[in-house]
Design a protein around this ligand. Sequence first.
Ligand SMILES: C[S@@+](CC[C@H](N)C(=O)[O-])C[C@H]1O[C@@H](n2cnc3c(N)ncnc32)[C@H](O)[C@@H]1O
Length: 308
Amino acid sequence: MTKFDKSKPHPRNQLNQLTGREWLYATRSVILSGTPAEPLNDLSPEEWSAWAAPVLTTSFPTRGPASAAHAIRRAHPSPKPPQLMAEVIQFFSQPHGWVLDPFAGVGGTLLGCALTERNGIGIELSADYIDIYQQAAAELELPTLPLLHGDARTCLQHPEITSRTFDAVITDPPYASMLSRERTGERRKRGNGAATPFTNNPADLGNLELGDFLDALRAILALAIQPLRVGGHLVVFVKDLQPTPEHHNMLHADVVNSLMQLPNLRYRGYRIWYDQSALLYPFGYPYAFVANQVHQFILVFQKQAEDV
Ligand SMILES: C[S@@+](CC[C@H](N)C(=O)[O-])C[C@H]1O[C@@H](n2cnc3c(N)ncnc32)[C@H](O)[C@@H]1O
């Protein structure tokens, strides 16, 4: 019997252009057409390429009506501008999609969700920050989205989270010992040399040393991506710390290395957020170079299907 190449249309097929393989597929008695792959967002090609540029530069007002309630939210040591979060959310979800933030603070992500007609759920350790978020949402006349009180380690105990699938997990974790330890240069920002921790709670990741922080962050994000849909994105904001003689402190690289240990997560690359409104300080002047870090990394990961 003559053997035919299944990857080409059969020479005697006058009916269609199907290859042997396609014919086999098309003649199954049950055909699951499935859901067509959802486009990631509704951006135009121009908006998409602008967003994918390496540096996202912003200069949001910190006073007045356009400041997105900054006067209320600044009680937190590092609130993210809701307008910035809205841009990130618009890229990684569709209108009315679902976004989870396990380190929600005073709600930059949740306010960004409300500004872009997305659904959002957050978790935050500090009840005070939740209260501030609610005040900010009221001031901005935006819907108050669920910001659950608790340790992100328990995120899968909340039915609000486990009962649905999320399109993106977008978060801004507390950095290892970043605010609770005195740091060269940056401590001067706070005047008295003593930097402010987010909370004094031992469960606060911001109070952990680097190795413990990376392990705890990986463990929490492994839980947080469980309700993330396959193909959905995990977006993590990270700011590097100042180098010490012991370690480069490029925290973004440490976080990528750590999260790449999660088998169903693929690292996709980063963007740099350049905050033009960040103040400059003469760190090191006039003796040594100390970088004024006015940027943060936006690390992007994508959930992969589990190996079957
Ligand atoms: C960098 S801030 C997030 C700021 C937020 N993006 C905003 O716009 O307000 C990190 C937050 O994580 C919270 N946090 C620290 N450890 C936590 C934990 N184990 N579970 C939940 N939240 C935690 C801190 O209280 C802090 O508010």
